[in-house]
Design a protein around this ligand. Structure first.
Ligand code: ADP
Ligand code: MG
Length: 272
């Protein structure tokens, strides 16, 4: 779905590249989580994927289309949707259905088809009953789900979530994560950028960024077992993994594949 070959991006007036010689392939249908401390280059990488930024060096290919070729840009933007951090900056309409229609209208989709897409997208994010509501009256989590519906209405092949849960309360985060997990089941290709490490547990693959480079790349289980390396990139562990590690170093014979709370509980019950 996505190929980056030796991609470097340096912002104007910056001395150092924000993305530094990254080579990365993302498989169609995979669920990839990207983590890394503030300023490590995650958002820059995200914007390179749908031609919001064009590499200073190297190439980005989306479905075999190079983002450098201007003729490809609209096709690429259609294929790779983005959901950003702040729901309030993304919503432009006064009624939910208009909000969801905005993307497909810009793409020149026929009105009857837009109607169908609104219905389907709102269904997918569980917001059908809010169709006639004003978006600004909704909760943060609901607003993000409307933003996701707006992206889905463009029928993308891939969605990039750039810290889309960061500004939400726990309930909103849960709603949005459930929505993302449901999309994964429908074989959408997903790149989830997050600083909540526990969200990485659901991934097929976890990438860690530091100083513009991909410094770790593996399954959640593998990445979370590389404790010291993660700490050296200033990453905090999910609480449950931290606790499991502490219990292990205190001498409890816990299995090494604990990623979620339920697994820890089951394992503790077994030992006790
Ligand atoms: P992250 O999303 O991981 O926090 P970013 O991609 O936003 O990282 O930033 C990577 C680097 O690029 C940082 O050093 C940041 O200061 C710089 N940067 C980001 N956006 C801009 C910009 N618009 N102009 C100049 N420098 C930027
Ligand atoms: Mg960012």
């Amino acid at each position: 779905m996505i190929r980056l070959e030796n991609v470097t991006f340096t912002y104007m007036d910056d001395d150092f590249p924000a993305v530094d010689d990254v080579t990365l392939h993302i498989e169609e249908g995979s669920f990839v989580v990207l983590i890394g401390h503030n300023g490590s280059g995650k958002s820059t990488l995200a914007r390179l994927l749908n031609a919001l930024l064009i590499p200073t060096h190297g190439d980005v290919w989306v479905d075999n289309m190079n983002t450098k070729e201007e003729d490809n840009i609209w096709e690429i933007r259609k294929k790779v949707g983005m959901v950003f951090q702040n729901p309030d900056n993304q919503l432009v309409s006064t009624v939910v259905e208009e909000e969801v229609a905005f993307g497909p209208e810009n793409l020149g989709v026929e009105p009857e088809q837009i109607e169908e897409r609104i219905t389907k997208s709102l269904e997918q994010v569980g917001m059908s009953s809010y169709r006639k509501h004003p978006p600004h009256m909704l909760s943060g989590g609901q607003k993000q789900r409307i933003a996701i519906a707006g992206v889905l209405a463009m029928e993308p092949r891939m969605i990039v979530f750039d810290e889309s849960t960061a500004m939400l309360d726990p309930q909103g985060r849960k709603e949005v994560l459930e929505t993302i997990k449901a999309l994964k089941k429908k074989d959408m290709t997903i790149l989830l950028i997050t600083h909540f490490m526990e969200e990485a547990v659901f991934a097929d693959r976890v990438l860690v960024m530091d100083d513009g480079k991909i410094v770790m790349d593996g399954s959640p289980k593998e990445i979370f077992s590389r404790t010291e390396e993660l700490h050296s990139y200033q990453m905090e562990f999910p609480e449950v993994i931290d606790l499991a590690n502490t219990l292990r170093s205190a001498g409890m014979n816990l299995t090494t594949d604990i990623l979620e709370r339920d697994q820890l509980v089951t394992e503790l019950c077994r030992l006790l």
